[in-house]
Ligand binder design. Structure first.
Ligand code: ZN
Length: 366
């Protein structure tokens, strides 16, 4: 019996039912499923397995200037009770790990190709589905370094991460820093013989707690933020500690630079311990697309959706910075359900995203 279920619903459920929780990822089985679906539409794709079980799947259709539709196929781990392991449908929503972030979006991209004559595209469509977005961005990093040619001539990109069908124009940068405070170890009964690293770390933490700045993003107010996220120090309850480390999570708003933020953290750390060891763990600049980009205008015209800037990182930054692709984020998932133990996606959103992707493909390629 043939099901009357819309393709996007079927694909979302089937992708959810293929476990790609990361770690370990194991995206290859989902990639194979996607390849066979694409093959059914007459679209040739390539699975790029960059490590055992870790796979991207890409398809380039047509020639000339390109537009990329992009999504990741891994998910965050299942909740500890293992519920949400299999997809279920209730009250117009699909539940299951990856529903919102972002198998529903991947399914929308796949479903949008149904019924499109891909034989005679006048411009190129690049489909990129990647592994490991939820951890170290290994899938995209691999493609952008080892398979650069894929992206040649690609002008625009839509990253289908959850945006609740709004148009996300930009995102903050991240600076992760580890500061190691040092001192001299001594017996706990004779603190004056040592130099306690925890006191230095503690006064540094106090000062960071008071730090606040404000910067402007276009016409919206957006602020840099700073947070102490981890602290580690001491060796035993009766020993004066000679080392204590503090981790800082700094989010850098549009117009700010991670280098300047780093200098500022360093200056504060040195005030509390001139010998502090300061190490950058991660540094990514803020990213935004030109709000006057043709892609943004198209999307606004098609969807009438509002635009916004987000706090969280997406791979739009990687594709923008490394491949020079003008990227927006536009997807059916709602970010409040990302990583949630009861993750779900609205079927109405899936259908609308499918239609929007289809309109973009038609306008660009036909
Ligand atoms: Zn995601």
């Amino acid at each position: 019996m043939k099901s009357s279920e819309p393709t996007v619903v079927r694909l979302t459920k089937e992708l959810i039912n293929i476990n790609t929780e990361n770690p370990p990822g194991r995206e290859v089985e989902a990639a194979r499923y996607m390849r066979s679906y694409l093959k059914g539409l007459g679209i040739r794709s390539e699975i790029i397995e960059f490590a055992p079980g870790r796979a991207n799947i890409v398809a380039g259709i047509g020639k000339g200037e390109g537009i990329m539709l992009n999504g990741h196929i891994d998910t965050v781990p299942f909740p500890s009770n293992r519920l949400g392991n299999l997809a279920s449908v209730k009250a117009g929503r699909i539940y299951g790990r990856g529903a919102a972030d972002m198998k529903g979006a991947v399914a929308s991209i796949l479903a949008s190709l149904e019924g499109i004559d891909t034989e005679n595209f006048r411009r190129r469509l690049l489909l990129v589905f990647v592994a490991d977005e939820e951890s170290k961005f290994k899938g995209s990093t691999y493609l952008l370094s080892k398979r650069k040619r894929l992206f040649k001539g690609v002008k625009y990109g839509i990253i289908a991460e959850p945006s609740g069908l709004k148009i996300r124009l930009g995102q903050k940068g991240i600076l992760g820093v580890k500061v190691g405070f040092t001192g001299k170890m001594a017996h706990g009964s004779s603190p004056w013989l040592g130099d306690n690293a925890i006191y230095k770390a503690a006064s540094f933490v106090q000062e960071i707690g008071k730090a606040r700045e404000a910067v402007e993003v276009d016409k919206r107010e957006e602020k840099d933020t700073i947070a102490v996220t981890r602290i580690n120090g001491g060796v035993a309850g009766n020993v004066i500690p000679d080392y204590c480390e503090v981790h800082i999570d700094k989010r850098v708003a549009q117009g700010s630079k991670t280098a300047a933020a780093f200098e500022q953290i360093k200056k504060i750390a040195k005030r509390h311990d001139n010998d502090a060891r300061i190490e950058i763990k991660v540094a990514r600049e803020p990213y935004k697309i030109d709000p006057n980009s043709k892609l943004v205008k198209w999307l606004i015209g098609l969807t009438k959706a509002e635009t916004y800037y987000a706090r969280t990182y997406t791979e739009a930054e990687l594709y923008g910075r490394i491949a020079g692709i003008e990227c927006v984020v536009y997807g059916p998932g709602e970010s409040r359900w990302s990583h949630d133990p009861n993750e779900s996606v609205s079927i109405a959103n899936l259908k609308r995203a499918t239609e929007t992707y289809r309109s973009i493909i038609k306008r660009w390629c036909l």
